[in-house]
Design a protein around this ligand. Structure first.
Ligand SMILES: Nc1ncnc2c1ncn2[C@@H]1O[C@H](COP(=O)(O)OP(=O)(O)OP(=O)(O)O)[C@@H](O)[C@H]1O
Ligand SMILES: [Mg+2]
Length: 384
């Protein structure tokens, strides 16, 4: 999976822009100018990292450079401040949530029924159809950690070539506490602009805790705005495709209001033996696995209540065992200059059962049988 490096930069940007405002208020124009240039630099880095947002980041970078010049020329405080407004910041934050997904359905092992269901939903949403046929606008994915919920959402976006907004509900809440409802509106307005879009709301339960009842005012407001947006799309006769996918590990924490807006609730369970074997193949791609007894390993994974994430870790560990075995003096190469290192190649051999047996000692599932039963029970009662 690709690592998202833009997060830290966005945080830096956020901080620099706050520092800028504070400096302006103190009338400390030297610092303000420095901070404005810092914002511009960060935005230029973002422009490089996120090619499909390049234009918009560059435009903002230029705006900050203008701000820096204005500060220098001692222009009035008002002119300067107008350039970096809160709206921009919000929009910037939302645009930072966009990631182009290149996950394909084939990157996901097992889950055939789930994949089929999601594909059908997407196809129905896209097809011309009589008005009375209303496609699902929201799908709830629930299941134990690491079973592929995020992966499924990313594959849905990838297959549609849709803009993928990856929203972590708890993160938004902590960052935009009082303004999280405003953020949701801005989020859906951006989703409309960039349609087809998939809005993926991870850790959905952070918005709606039915049992404790002490859910904060901010999450309540964020949730109700979100639900209103979901309702709104159902009524609007728009051919823009915006699909909301929500994911949770604790579906029993969801309250009735939230559940009722997601009539489609899909259980993403732990993989069975066949699925485990497929996932092992996916995570050992490019390596020789002819010596492995895949089915034996798969059975061991099922017994240990492994999720796809655990299997991915297991494979990584087994691959490392193989690499250490074939390259015993690997660490010594660390002394070589990088150029020389780049000319050498890593030795590999076929993966063996022993690589996996050793790996099993290091990888443990966090789940118990009782946890799994809890999911199955909830699924029977509320899933579908
Ligand atoms: N069915 C699968 N096929 C292939 N790889 C998988 C599968 N399920 C999980 N993985 C691997 O595990 C990683 C974690 O999966 P993912 O992030 O989709 O889990 P999740 O269900 O969203 O977990 P969480 O509930 O903790 O957010 C993936 O990046 C992938 O490497
Ligand atoms: Mg996830």
């Amino acid at each position: 999976m690709k690592i998202d490096l833009s997060g830290p930069l966005l945080n830096q940007l956020d901080k620099a822009s706050k520092d800028f405002k504070a400096a302006m208020q103190r009338e400390d124009y030297r610092t303000a100018r420095k901070k404005a240039l810092e914002c511009a630099n960060i935005l230029r880095k973002l422009a490089q990292m996120i090619p499909h947002q390049r234009e918009s980041y560059l435009e903002k970078a230029e705006r900050w450079e203008r701000v820096a010049r204005n500060v220098e020329e001692g222009k009035s405080k008002k002119v300067v401040e107008k350039n970096g407004s809160d709206e921009d910041e919000l929009r910037g934050y939302i645009e930072g949530l966009i990631s182009k997904s290149n996950v394909k359905w084939d990157d996901i092992g097992g889950l055939d029924d789930v994949k089929k269901l999601m594909m059908e939903t997407i196809v129905i949403a896209g097809l011309q159809k009589p008005e009375s046929i209303k496609p699902w606008r929201g799908i709830l994915l629930f299941g134990p950690p690491g079973t592929g919920k995020t992966l499924l959402a990313a594959a849905a976006a990838g297959s549609l070539n849709a803009t993928f907004f990856n929203v972590k509900a708890d993160k938004v809440l902590s960052k935009y506490f009082g303004e999280s409802a405003k953020l949701v509106s801005a989020l859906y307005s951006a989703a409309r602009d960039y349609a087809p879009s998939i809005v993926f709301i991870d850790e959905f339960d952070a918005l709606s805790l039915s049992r404790s009842g002490d859910v904060s005012e901010a999450s309540r407001r964020m949730l109700s705005t979100l639900l209103a947006e979901l309702d709104g799309f159902q009524d609007k006769k728009s051919d823009k495709l915006i699909l909301t996918l929500a994911a949770t590990n604790t579906p029993w924490d969801l309250d009735q209001a939230a559940l009722s807006r997601f009539p489609r609730r899909i259980y993403v369970p732990l993989p069975d033996a066949k699925a485990c074997a497929e996932i092992i193949k996916i995570h050992t791609k490019g390596l020789d696995i002819s010596k492995l007894d895949l089915y034996d390993i798969a059975e061991m994974c099922v017994e240990r209540l492994f999720s796809g994430r655990d299997i991915s870790n297991l494979c990584q560990q087994a691959i490392w065992n193989m690499i250490r075995d074939t390259n015993p003096s690997l660490h010594k190469l660390a002394e070589l200059p990088y150029d020389e290192l780049k000319r050498k190649s890593l030795k590999t051999r076929a993966l063996e059962m022993e690589d996996f047996m050793q790996a099993f000692e290091k990888v443990k599932s966090p789940l118990t049988k009782r946890d799994v039963e809890k999911y199955e029970k909830w699924s029977e009662e509320f899933g579908g």
